[in-house]
Design a protein around this ligand. Structure first.
Ligand code: DLZ
Length: 508
């Protein structure tokens, strides 16, 4: 009896549960480049090229390992252009009796597999460290689901940075050491770059032709596209980037998209690297004295803490999580998110970098882009779609709780204990964007005032009933109330004026 073994574009791991369950020599692997996956949100051309090239190389590696693989290239004339369509087509051609799949990272695809006419066995995705059951058990009965406590449990479970029952160095979290502004003479470690080979070149031509009108620049393309390259990129960053990663992880600098960041999330999220191999490499560097503890801990927290936690929240909350909009924000995403044409230097830099690299680091995403859309009252689903399409590491399991929850507070505070809003002061402190900006970060209202300063207070004022009782925000409301009445009205009216001009498509 032949079964089909579905391997999706972000499941490129030889130890995938569906492959472990299948019989090599009898069962047939199905992989497919399909228009639906590339366009249900309009993914960045670099992301599509990365996945298609990595899929082609993974299929070749499976064949070399003795697997039979039915691989559909995008321009195959028989391509039905959906995952279900390809499974149906291959089922008929092979006379297959069922499908083995590893759980997809989106309810959309899980639903398609479960509701379709085929007999699909969905196995857990055990490339993640925490199973759904483990996360549910942790969440059970808790009033608040704070990442920090989940993270400690994961430290104990993995043994990473542990000295017996105690955290290495005596503290669980060294974030207080990780808030340095950008150094003036930065000499950061760029991610390792790979020259496109024949497989990658063929994919680049295809993607240019079919998805060249999506937001994002395709070339130059230099991402790793197989596990060997991804491992070299990881080793390169551990040596040159990790030792300063922690100190400057929140810093932002014009013309320096990567600073000391790892640029490995896209490789982990597609399955080219496993989270434990990445964390072990980081822990080994710390043990060898090549990286300080604040850097190793800060990174490992992102992987075994944050990454697992936000996936846990997505699956715990269920399919409607991504549709939540508790603050009832309904404004459209401004056009400048698609062309970077804005006078706000921080947004222009973060959007321009996203367009060119399919990458921005967490503070650009949270405190420049997300902060702005939250304060401006943009509909969270439009923000989510922009993030999902724009970033090479983005899938719904990782983006929903990050964008809908953490960044846009649209889940009402399941992920974040308070909304992540900040005036220009934060961006000015953590970046060099403001020094070259048409607006003035120091000006709170009136001529040249930075829109972040206006929107900050108008957001708080608009949502006063929801947030003034929040213990972490009371002080802000007291500051607002102490301002003189005329100044408050002027701030609110200038904020409205700004939003009106933005909605009219004027350059702001
Ligand atoms: C993101 C993506 C893209 C752009 N293209 C494909 C594809 O053609 N074939 C495929 O199997 N997977 C693709 N993916 C990844 C899927 O969208 C991903 O598996 C789901 O979103 C679940 O995480």
């Amino acid at each position: 009896m032949v079964r089909l073994v579905l391997v999706l574009g972000d499941q490129l791991s030889p130890g995938l549960s569906a492959l472990r369950e299948a019989e090599k020599g009898t069962d047939v692997v199905v992989m497919a480049e399909v228009a639906e996956e590339a366009t249900y949100v309009r993914h960045h051309p670099k992301k599509i090229a990365f996945l298609f090239a990595a899929m082609r190389k993974f299929a070749a590696a499976l064949r070399a390992d003795g697997w039979e693989v039915d691989y559909t290239e995008l321009d195959d004339p028989d391509n039905s252009n959906t995952i279900m369509g390809e499974l149906l087509r291959r089922t008929e051609a092979r006379g297959a009796e069922g499908v083995l799949a590893t759980e997809p990272g989106e309810f959309r695809l899980i639903g398609a597999l479960e509701d379709g006419p085929l007999d699909v066995t969905i196995l857990p995705d055990d490339r993640f460290l925490a199973s759904h059951k483990r996360f549910e058990d942790w969440a059970e009965g808790r009033k608040t689901l704070r990442m920090e406590y989940f993270y400690r449990e994961m430290r104990r479970a993995t043994g990473l940075l542990m000295e017996g029952d105690d955290p290495a160095g005596g503290a669980w979290n060294y974030d207080h050491d990780n808030r340095e502004p950008p150094p003036s003479n930065a000499d950061p470690s760029a991610p390792m770059q790979f020259t496109p080979d024949e497989t990658v070149e063929a994919v680049l031509t295809l993607v240019e032709d079919r998805f060249g009108d999506h937001f994002g620049t395709l070339r130059p393309f230099w991402f790793a596209t197989d596990p060997g390259q991804a491992r070299r990129a990881l080793a390169h960053w551990v040596k040159y980037g990790l030792p300063k990663f922690g100190d400057y992880q929140d810093a932002m600098k014009q013309g320096e998209p990567y600073l000391w960041h790892g640029f490995v999330a896209l490789y982990m999220n597609a399955g080219l690297l496993s989270p434990m191999e990445v964390c072990r490499a980081v822990e080994d560097a710390w043990k060898a004295g090549d990286a300080p503890l604040n850097c190793a801990e800060g990174f490992i927290r992102q992987v075994i803490g944050w990454r697992e936690y936000i996936r846990g929240i997505y699956f715990l909350q269920g399919p409607d999580y991504a549709t939540r909009n508790i603050l009832r924000h309904g404004r459209d995403l401004p056009d400048f998110f698609w062309d970077g044409e804005t006078d706000m230097a921080c947004l222009a830099a973060s959007i321009g970098q996203t367009r060119d690299e399919a990458y921005a680091h967490h503070i650009q995403r949270l405190m420049v882009l997300g902060n702005f859309t939250l304060m401006a009252g943009i509909e969270p689903q439009q923000v989510q779609d922009w993030f999902m399409g724009s970033y090479a590491d983005a899938y719904e399991w990782v983006m929903s709780a990050n964008v809908i929850g953490m960044s846009q507070f649209a889940d009402g505070g399941i992920v974040a204990s308070k909304p992540y809003v900040a005036s220009a002061n934060y961006i000015d402190r953590m970046s060099d964007y403001c020094s070259g900006c048409a607006y003035s970060a120091k000006t709170k209202v009136g001529e040249g005032a930075c829109p972040y300063n206006l929107l900050f207070w108008s957001f708080l004022d608009r949502h006063r009933r929801r947030f003034e009782g929040n213990g972490r925000m009371g002080q802000l409301y007291r500051t607002w109330d102490r301002m003189d009445e005329d100044k408050r009205s002027q701030i609110l009216s200038e904020a409205e004026d700004f939003l009106g001009r933005m909605e009219n498509g004027e350059r702001v």
